[in-house]
Design a protein around this ligand. Sequence first.
Ligand SMILES: Nc1nc2c(c(=O)[nH]1)N[C@H]1C(S)=C(S)[C@@H](COP(=O)(O)O)O[C@H]1N2
Ligand SMILES: [Mo]
Length: 337
Amino acid sequence: MLIKLPSASDSKESDVTPESIYLSRRTLLASSLAGLAVTAMPRWAGAADASRYADVEPGKAPGWFAEKLPATKWQAVNVQDEAITPFKDATHYNNFYEFGTDKGDPAKNAGSLQTEPWSVVIDGEVAKPGRYALEDFMKPYQLEERIYRLRCVEAWSMVIPWIGFPISALLKQVEPTSKAKYIRFETLEDAKSMPGQRSDFALIDWPYVEGLRLDEAMNPLAILAVGMYGRELPNQNGAPLRLVVPWKYGFKSVKSIVRISLVSEQPKTTWQSIAANEYGFYANVNPTVDHPRWTQARERRLPSGLFSPNLRDTKMFNGYEEEVGSLYAGMDLRKDY
Ligand SMILES: Nc1nc2c(c(=O)[nH]1)N[C@H]1C(S)=C(S)[C@@H](COP(=O)(O)O)O[C@H]1N2
Ligand SMILES: [Mo]
């Protein structure tokens, strides 16, 4: 992105080391007990499930979320042998340009975002278009915890326990017509609550827009998230509803969605519009296709510090090749980057 690559000293090592050691032990324990621990959990435990992540800051969940949370399918998808990123890093190192371009800006500024009431418009090539209050929109869906890698195009990464539901379940509800080939997502546009939309950062033609091919959206890994770390989404992470597509660069995972449209043409996305030679529509994580200005072969796993940069090799499709590789059979991923 036009953003400078952050210096390796961005997060203080003293802050994070004990937490990350603690969390990696906890993750190992959790995966060895997987299933057992989850089914042994009494139903009432759900209400306090933010406590499953030691460093989580409790939020103020709306009623519909608190009601649904106890029935969540915990650890429906997990990562093997990789520590979950501490909550503090996942919520204080963000890209959400509507609230500023520095990594700390969203945490500082996103308090102004009003997430209640919130409504979502479904339109375009669907049998059942409509405008829904979020609590009604959410009614049909069972929440699942999806612990996914998140790989930003800027070559840093995290592991985040999202809570959400597959987009395929939404598509079943709204019934795309035969003309629907893509799905387009739009972020809230509200200069009053989003200082980044008032600033001179005129490069972005708001609102932020992203899209997927319909078969990508149908892939079981593609979700709409409403929570993370056992609680509702913090504003800086895209409350109250965001996309998460873990095999693609983070910029595809559009935040604070107000409109979902089924369309026949490939939508024009925000980062493509800014620099089509650097950011493609597909944006699949791919260690063999470098960004014009830096390598994509490696990444800094956060928390990372000057003396422990925590570098690791980037995996094809961010480690989800088995699940999504067939979507791109026969395509030239150097051309369709
Ligand atoms: N509306 C909107 N969505 C957005 C962005 C943004 O600036 N605006 N940034 C994207 C980028 S570049 C990344 S890496 C992820 C970061 O998500 P996180 O802050 O929850 O880790 O959000 C994506 N979604
Ligand atoms: Mo990103």
